[in-house]
Design a protein around this ligand. Structure first.
Ligand code: NAG
Ligand code: NAG
Length: 480
């Protein structure tokens, strides 16, 4: 037995020496293989980068008549019906009871000397008091109904809109313009800017007819019964709305989601959108984000006079991390969050108003009043009431999930340039800002941009005079 073992060992030794020789040989070919693999990987990466960052995709074809209503009703009433906002007695009674319960519950006091754990309890108390004692439902509804409201059915959904035609049109052309709000806004954002746009002014030979829709699922516009109603589908619905009203061609202004939807309208219907004015001029493509990020190396080279607004990028990232929790929640569990918000009027009010305060100026979170005193509480509560009275917070939140679910198409559209003349208005404190050269990738016909030295994300609401001046200026420059 033992000798046999020895024999085996000897054989093994023999084999290992053979292997040594082999590895020397294969080291060489292995090296070749590795470099080949690396070369292929680099090529694939470049191809991927090229494809998903640089190539301009073809414009996808969309069905322009998707039915978003319930499947059981397929007949469409194409009439345009007058509509009035009503804050019903039963809603007011329900609110009164809820407020009574709220008042008796033990309120949590905020930590002393801070206001950035979320809304400060004193600020919440101020909103609550205003709502309970100063907000007059009937008077507010009358005030809000002074503009002409309508509803009409588009693709199965009752879409609400305000339409104001100028009164004095002697010697001026009347240009239709569509104003698009975002979240958590409503048509309320545009109440102060509407008369500024419909009144002729010196040195301009045109004036606007203004159409302000509620986005589908937001306040007075019906929500989809089917998944998929994201921004570019809204762009189609709103273009169909304009055609229903009788406007084949028109101008568009938008901010926040209204910018994204308006941008899609300009991309999908370049022959119908005569000009696009955005108060959130941004480019959502990956290349745009990458460029901004790489710009940290040399902010001035990338952003010139916007450098202070965009950099240091680490501060921006910290801000996004600190302040984007709501985005994650809304784009994952909108329906759960919606139930919570629709159960508490005060909760809904605080959730919405917090966004107004913070995105108007991020520094507001370091002040004790959160910036509330710079706002008119009645105006803020009108917007909250529009969501509350229609029970539409949940369906408005769903847009965030639809946006993420359909992000690939969103990004594809962001990479397709539009020939529509475009103008961007950047307010001082808006949350995302991009320099002109990046905007030109998407809007090669970027006629101009304005950098306001003040103002924040809800530009038309906060700065109606400046935004209306800018729209007049932009549209005039679209002609020449
Ligand atoms: C707040 O706005 C409402 C309606 O827009 C107005 O009636 C009221 O006078 C304003 N209050 C202040 C203090 O400006
Ligand atoms: C952003 O930049 C890309 C280039 O990657 C361009 O093709 C695209 O149209 C731009 N998108 C927007 C929304 O500006």
């Amino acid at each position: 037995m033992p000798p046999k073992k020895k024999e085996k060992k000897a054989k093994e030794v023999n084999e290992t020496t053979k292997n040594d020789k082999n590895t020397k040989k294969s080291n060489f070919s292995c090296c070749k293989i590795v470099s080949a693999i690396v070369a292929v990987a680099v090529a694939v990466l470049f191809y991927k980068f090229y494809n998903s960052y640089l190539v301009t995709p073809e414009l996808p074809k969309f069905d322009l008549n998707v039915w978003w209503g319930s499947s059981s009703t397929k007949t469409q009433d194409k009439s345009i019906r007058p509509f009035r906002i009503v804050f019903t007695d039963s809603m007011q009674e329900n609110l009164r009871r809820k407020f009574e319960a709220e008042r008796r519950a033990t309120a949590t006091k905020s930590l002393e000397e801070t206001s950035h754990f979320g809304m400060n309890s004193d600020v919440v108390g101020q909103i609550f008091a205003h709502w309970r004692f100063k907000y007059k439902y009937g008077r507010r509804a009358n005030e809000l109904n002074k503009l002409n409201h309508y509803k009409t059915n588009i693709q199965g959904l009752d879409i609400h809109f305000i339409r104001v035609e100028p009164e004095n049109t002697k010697n001026v052309k009347v240009l239709p313009i569509l104003l698009l709000h975002g979240w958590p806004s409503s048509v309320r954002d545009f109440y102060d800017i509407i008369p500024l746009l419909t009144t002729p002014r010196p040195n301009y030979d045109f004036v606007f007819e203004v159409i302000v829709p509620s986005l589908p699922g937001f306040t007075f516009s019906q929500a989809s019964r089917k998944p998929g109603l994201t921004t570019y589908q809204m762009a189609i619905i709103l273009r169909n709305l304009m055609e229903r009203i009788g406007h084949k061609q028109f101008y568009v202004h938008g901010g926040d989601f209204g910018h994204i939807i308006g941008s899609h309208m300009a991309t999908l219907f370049p022959d119908q959108v005569l000009g696009f004015h955005s108060s959130t001029p941004i480019n959502l493509s990956k290349l745009a984000h990458l460029t901004i990020m790489l710009g940290s190396i040399c902010p001035k080279c990338i952003a010139k006079d916007l450098a202070d607004r965009i950099y240091p990028y680490s501060d921006k990232l910290k801000f996004y991390l600190d302040e984007s929790g709501y985005l994650h929640l809304q784009s994952t569990k909108p329906d759960t969050l919606g139930i919570v918000l629709q159960d508490s009027p005060l909760g809904l009010g605080v959730y919405i108003i917090e966004k107004y305060l913070l995105f108007t100026n991020p520094a507001n979170k370091y002040t004790l009043d959160g910036g509330l005193n710079a706002f008119n509480n009645t105006d803020l509560l009108d917007n909250v009431l529009m969501y509350w009275s229609t029970g539409s917070i949940t369906t408005s939140l769903r847009l965030f999930k639809e946006f993420i679910n359909n992000y690939e198409m969103e990004e594809t559209l962001a990479r397709i340039p539009t020939s529509v003349p475009t103008w961007g208005l950047r307010t001082k404190h808006d949350i995302i800002q991009q320099p002109d050269f990046i905007l030109r990738w998407k809007y090669p016909n970027l006629v101009g941009t304005t950098n306001l030295d003040d103002g924040g994300h809800f530009a038309a609401f906060e700065k109606p005079v400046e935004v209306s001046d800018d729209i007049f200026k932009a549209v005039k420059s679209f002609f020449s």
